[in-house]
Write a protein that binds this ligand. Structure first.
Ligand SMILES: Cc1cc2nc3c(=O)[nH]c(=O)nc-3n(C[C@H](O)[C@H](O)[C@H](O)COP(=O)(O)O)c2cc1C
Length: 203
């Protein structure tokens, strides 16, 4: 049983959430999890201007996802920061290259799931996840979100991401807020939940 966590993260928030998703999926017996990032599309000079060099260095050891890996996974959990309420360009470009996989039905019937981040609390987390789901549905994937069984998403005691659509984190207006314990717990839950469902589907 193989779960693939495929993400893009400019400043490291999605990377941190991806690690929690990875831990959650890896906590399920018999599940092997692989963490992969999608290729960067921005030149290094632009990354430097955007203040992302350190965060990129941190992720340098994470292998770039190969398209063929999508076809060999039993479940794929995608992580993307929001860009105007949609997935980021790097993820879109990666997905645009999956035409042949689509033609071959390579991921039909496999579990697909999405988590995200945004700077602001109402900055498009839900639209990012839901619009991402459209692509996964075109690929024939079985969509899994973050059920209310993860009770942390009910909180009104603190500012927090996470919704029934998937785990999420709020980076703050200036991007300085790190994923909270509650948000990381949501990401862990989603990873574990996806892995358990993938196991059931395969049995
Ligand atoms: C071009 C662009 C568009 C963005 N659009 C939004 C947005 O619509 N809403 C929002 O809250 N944050 C927006 N952001 C902020 C990012 O979502 C934020 O930097 C990201 O979630 C942080 O995740 P990361 O550290 O993994 O890159 C945008 C950032 C960029 C560069």
């Amino acid at each position: 049983m193989k779960v693939l966590v495929v993400y893009y993260s400019l400043y490291g928030h999605i990377y941190r959430m991806a690690q929690a998703v990875q831990e959650g999926a890896g906590s399920v017996a018999g599940v092997e999890v692989q963490l992969r990032r999608v290729p960067e599309t921005l030149p290094e000079a632009v990354l430097a201007k955007m203040g992302a060099t350190a965060a990129q260095k941190q992720q340098a050891q994470v292998p770039i996802c190969q398209l063929a890996e999508l076809g060999t996974a039993d479940a794929i959990i995608f992580g993307t920061p929001t860009r105007f309420g949609n997935m980021c360009r790097q993820m879109r470009q990666f997905l645009y290259a999956t035409g042949q996989l689509w033609q071959n039905g390579a991921v039909v019937g496999k579990v697909g799931s999405v988590f995200t981040s945004s700077n602001t609390q109402h900055g498009g987390q839900e639209s990012t996840i839901l619009s991402f789901h459209i692509t996964l549905l075109h690929h024939g994937m079985v969509i899994v979100g973050l059920p209310y069984a993860f009770q942390g998403q009910m909180t009104t005691d603190e500012v927090s991401g996470c919704s029934p659509y998937g785990a999420s984190t709020i980076a703050g207006g200036d991007g300085s807020r790190a994923p909270s314990e509650n948000e990381l717990a949501g990401a862990h839950f989603q990873g574990e939940y996806v892995a358990k469902i993938a196991k059931k589907l395969a049995s």
